[in-house]
Design a protein around this ligand. Sequence first.
Ligand SMILES: [Zn+2]
Length: 181
Amino acid sequence: MENLKREYEEVLLQINENNNAIEKLKENPEVKRFIALCEKNARLNGKKEKIYEEIRKEEYRNCHHIWVYPKNFFEGHSPMCVKCGLDLDILNNGGEYLLSPEQKAMRNFLKETKELVYYCGLDPVIAFDTDMAKEIYKSIIEENPDISDEEAAKMLEEVIENIEQNKTGVLCLQKTKESNG
Ligand SMILES: [Zn+2]
């Protein structure tokens, strides 16, 4: 016990000495410049996050959504838009502090617009792995850049149906592309 107390006192003393040295360093002009730059960047990072959130919200607002139900839809999960990535499931996600900037933008957007967002865009495509649906949608758009939302949603639905039936995604995707042009 005495040893521990002595060790504790020694650590306190060291911390105190270090703090005094840090305070002295802060008087140095170069260090002052360093601290000022760090503070400036902290403010700029806050501003950057706010602007990023506004950009994402604009994208969610202007998207004519193509919804895909997730596979676990019947366990209470919500659809996601394969075009802009808006994921209604984010509202079921608990912790505010664990969210990425993207998820934070989504959550704030949905909270502000409420259920209205649900009604803009196309009816949901059948249940599927949402990340995979996003990838399939991306390749459909890359192959057919001038396609309408309705056509893209229809193609996506066909590809998903084929995958579900055959479980050979790549082949089905090629087949659908060929049959569509
Ligand atoms: Zn969307």
